[in-house]
Design a protein around this ligand. Sequence first.
Ligand SMILES: *Cc1c(COP(=O)(O)O)cnc(C)c1O
Length: 420
Amino acid sequence: MPMSDAFKDRLSRRLPDIAETFGTPFHIYDETGICDTCDQLNTTFAPLEGFREYFAVKALPNPTVMTILKKKGFGFDCSSVPELVLARRIGSAGEDIMFTSNNTRTKQFQAAMDQGGAILNLDDLSLIRKLPHVPEQICFRYNPGPERSGNHIIGNPVEAKYGLTREQLYTAYETAIQMGVKRFGIHTMLASNELNHTYMVETADMLLHVISELHRKLSIRFEFINIGGGLGIPYSPEDAPFDLAAMARGIGHSLAEFKKINAWVPRLYMESGRYITGPHGALVTTVINHKHIYRNYVGVDASMSALMRPGIYGSYHHIHIHGKEHLPVSGPVDVIGGLCENNDKFAVQRSLPETREGDLLIIHDTGAHGQSMGFNYNGHLRPKELLLKKDGSVVLIRRAETMDDYFATLEFDPLVLPAP
Ligand SMILES: *Cc1c(COP(=O)(O)O)cnc(C)c1O
């Protein structure tokens, strides 16, 4: 079921007041739901000693939300310098941060190694010589290529730009040992929005297999395996929820087997984004127009600048209309924003109850890869973010972009290369 009934209920009770106070459109995140999911994750994986979640910052790069996650013991997976700065601003440092970049330059590694450092996760063999100095610990990202099939969003590993091949891994760790690196981890990220838990168990098994082989050849013990993110959430009412407990049991079993054979065992790290915050956010937007041509359209006051997923991946986001949940649905409509791009649609041929101008439309599951993916094409500005706190209060945690923000990059000191 998309968006929990509990969140829907908490939101419905306050929605008209919230919309009046803050104005639409906005993303609103549910502190209770986020905390419950963090607790569920920590409890479910507690039997796996040393388990840690590194929240993928790109999913929801808001310091207020990240502070909640940090209090739950999460680290952060960053892939750019601004994301690193964000994680450090809320007090994370050193091994609380995993730097999973790709196509990286030395100055980015320098930033990652400064100020308390981070666990470096290298995306290629060639990047070893781009490091400004030898780190104590290193991790490489593995791309299994034809050994595994990927899934819908990430695609086939053979076509994915990420990671090292199986053959390169051996050279990579051997080189790292020769350079004086002392501690090792391994990473992979193969799936996105995957609802089948066995895929994640197979990914852990794959990494355990690879590190046993590397251990035999190079005598190194791996401190952790990081299986990436990609745990799915049920966007559509027909989707079954991800079975987290079965995943933990499966991987727990694999780790126990590994320990029996090797007498040591790596910790399990994960870097979920979507699973942690996705269902606990909603985009609230107001109906501003209706249009009837070859199709029927419902125009709202948000656009793709607030949520790109339907436009770029054709993703389904469930929608309900405040106060009209129990009314019968009428003929299909397209729910549209105002961008001059025909994929600026939140829903295509969706059956919804009849709407009127001023109705509040709630677009579900925007708590991950929602606001953060937004852009400014066509001069559309990104909306504000709100947090519905446990005590029922609602706070602004990011203001909406303004016209001044939009024009800010046009203010600069003149710079001209004179004609020769
Ligand atoms: C995007 C990304 C994640 C998070 O993916 P989710 O689908 O949000 O779980 C984790 N790790 C890496 C390297 C990523 O690129």
